[in-house]
Design a protein around this ligand. Structure first.
Ligand SMILES: NC(=O)C1=CN([C@@H]2O[C@H](COP(=O)(O)OP(=O)(O)OC[C@H]3O[C@@H](n4cnc5c(N)ncnc54)[C@H](OP(=O)(O)O)[C@@H]3O)[C@@H](O)[C@H]2O)[C@@H](O)CC1
Ligand SMILES: Nc1ncnc2c1ncn2[C@@H]1O[C@H](COP(=O)(O)OP(=O)(O)O)[C@@H](O)[C@H]1O
Ligand SMILES: [K+]
Length: 516
């Protein structure tokens, strides 16, 4: 799903109004009705007090229009205008008048006013600022936001939590509403998925407010979120008249004394994801553990406790390097020499990344379209410290461009960058914050490349399947008990899940409705 920049949403808004020959307040009305329907379906007329805090722009206008619909349906509302500017938007004013026509007089709050009392069982609708925020809110607005938080009432934010910018990080975390739920118009916003800003969003849902679909589909975006719909077209089916050679040979180079488990996990993952053959290249101390733990894999060994040379006679189709590798001087030299002769795009993880960070000139030796899979600390070693998520993305994009590599930034909502575009994964859970899960991901991506997936598809699809396996298995084992091996075992389920059709209402029920 595309993530649009604020300017693109404003442009789509303008285009829709012109094409459909409607007024902007009619579009606002559609948006408000969508929110009303969402609330009405859940509240069913419950007499809970609903406090609507409305700014003076179009986000506030949405809130005012919503207030009218709630009042018409008998809800117990309090409407508060957060009067932070004299410059009120046209559609805000139209909706203010419509409220007044119905004899509803909002409570106007400014810097000198006492804030309204809010009980913790009340509901707050946050329509103070939307995507038009362009500077830090005044101190009294920050105090109001603090007042909302202190009430402990449920907060429903319209479009985005007020106080969040769409393209930068706020300097004052107290100036941001913490939303329990966000109803976002037309598409989610990038900030919902970044660690610095995602913390202000409990749950979110998209409401289709009728922006022109053709315009939106023709609009090129920098950011996309990746779910099942996006990865399904990448899937390569298994054909009947094929053999193990058809599905490629993965080579996993890594392991050192005390870290052979990493090689086991990665090698096994490459087979579990469908690689026809797999070879683990490990120091001799890894020979017996590997042959025992992954009897399906072949093993090549070199020196005793860490890898001191990387050379082989096999012809792999994909190579993953770095898990458990260690950073001994001889290993670094072996990796450097290997890069001189290797032509295949690599998947580089863990100590492979640490070696590259310590020896930046090696980065130039990486074949084009190699995949680097750093967690945030490894990323910092590669690209340097950053100031907030937007700066991180900018630096990461520049790095991926400079070395023509796919960069995978691991974490909650793993982010893949390539060729100026950013793909945000939606699978995975905090149960995966445990030893060895990254090693499994390296094996998964290597195994996909061995099967012929191009680097970008292997990265996006691999991250998705890895996270989906984590989501499926966590339901059985729980967050705390989830281990990397559990993800390995669930990779098959993640594939099968790609083709599961969402459950529909039982036919009997439909029949009854028709009869009724
Ligand atoms: N297509 C869609 O998706 C649709 C979107 N719709 C809704 O419109 C919302 C965007 O509305 P919006 O452009 O009027 O901006 P909004 O966020 O209400 O801010 C208001 C104004 O405040 C100002 N301002 C900024 N920062 C400030 C500060 N710190 N302190 C004081 N003032 C500050 C700034 O004006 P300025 O003073 O800079 O001229 C800004 O323009 C969007 O989120 C959605 O809810 C729907 O109605 C239907 C279709
Ligand atoms: N909170 C989280 N939510 C979702 N996924 C997570 C979370 N924490 C970690 N992960 C995933 O777990 C994996 C951890 O990788 P990494 O840190 O390299 O682990 P290791 O080095 O132990 O193998 C990554 O794929 C990451 O995206
Ligand atoms: K808002």
């Amino acid at each position: 799903m595309k993530l649009f920049a604020a300017e693109q949403i404003y442009a789509a808004d303008k285009f829709t109004i012109e094409k459909q020959q409607i007024t902007s307040d009619a579009l606002m009305e559609q948006a408000a009705i969508q929110i009303f329907n969402w609330m009405h379906l859940r509240m069913q007329g419950a007499p809970v007090k609903i406090h609507l805090f409305c700014g003076i722009g179009n986000n506030g206008g949405d809130g005012m229009a919503l207030a009218r619909h709630l009042q018409e349906h008998g809800y117990n509302i309090g409407v508060h205008v957060v009067n932070y500017s004299e410059k009120r938007s046209k559609d805000f004013l139209i909706n203010l008048d419509r409220l007044k026509d119905r004899k509803i007089w909002p409570n106007f709050i400014d810097s000198n006013c006492e804030f309204p009392e809010i009980h913790k069982d009340d509901i707050i609708v946050d329509a103070i600022f939307g995507i038009g925020l362009n500077r830090e809110p005044s101190d009294w607005v920050v105090n109001l936001i603090d007042h909302l938080h202190k009430s402990e009432a449920f907060v429903l934010s319209v479009d985005i939590p007020s106080g969040l910018y769409t393209d930068k990080i706020s300097t004052n975390e107290k100036a941001i509403v913490k939303a329990n739920y966000v109803l976002s118009f037309q598409a989610p916003k990038l900030i919902f998925f970044l660690p610095d800003t995602g913390i202000y969003i409990g749950q979110w849902e998209v409401l289709d407010i009728g922006l022109d679909p053709e315009y939106l589909s023709a609009t090129e975006v920098e950011y996309e979120i990746i779910g099942k719909n996006e990865v399904l077209p990448m899937y390569k089916p298994r054909e009947k008249y094929t053999h193990k050679g058809t599905y490629g040979h993965s080579l996993l180079i890594g392991g050192s004394y005390g870290k052979i488990g990493a090689s086991i996990l990665a090698t096994k993952a490459s087979l579990k994801i469908g690689s026809g053959l797999a070879t683990a290249y490990v120091p001799k101390c890894g020979y017996i553990p590997l042959q025992t733990a992954v009897p399906e894999a072949m093993v090549l060994t070199n020196s005793e406790e860490y890898i001191a040379d990387i050379s082989y006679k096999i012809e792999p189709n994909a190579i993953g390097v770095g898990v458990g590798l260690g950073t001994e001087k001889e290993t670094v030299d072996a990796f450097s020499k290997f890069l001189d002769s290797n032509k295949l795009p690599l998947v580089v993880d863990a100590d492979g990344l640490n070696i590259l960070s310590e020896n930046k000139k090696l980065l130039k030796k990486l074949p084009e379209n190699s995949i680097l899979t750093p967690h945030p600390k490894e990323l910092e070693r590669l690209i340097g410290v950053w100031k907030g998520d937007f700066d991180k993305l900018k630096k990461a994009k520049a790095f991926s461009k400079k070395y023509t590599c796919v960069l995978i930034i691991k974490g909650a909502n793993t982010i893949t960058l390539f060729n100026g575009k950013v793909y945000i994964n939606t699978t995975g859970n905090p149960g995966m914050a445990t030893a060895g899960t990254g090693d499994v991901l390296t094996g998964v991506i290597t195994g996909l490349m061995a099967q012929g997936y191009d680097s970008l598809s292997a990265a996006i699809f691999g991250v998705y399947l890895h996270g989906r396996a984590g989501d499926m298995v966590v339901e059985q084992v729980g967050y705390q008990s989830l281990m990397a091996s559990d993800i390995l075992e669930a990779l098959g389920d993640a594939y099968i899940d790609l083709f599961k059709v969402p459950e529909q209402a039982p036919p009997q029920q439909e029949q009854q409705q028709e009869e009724g």
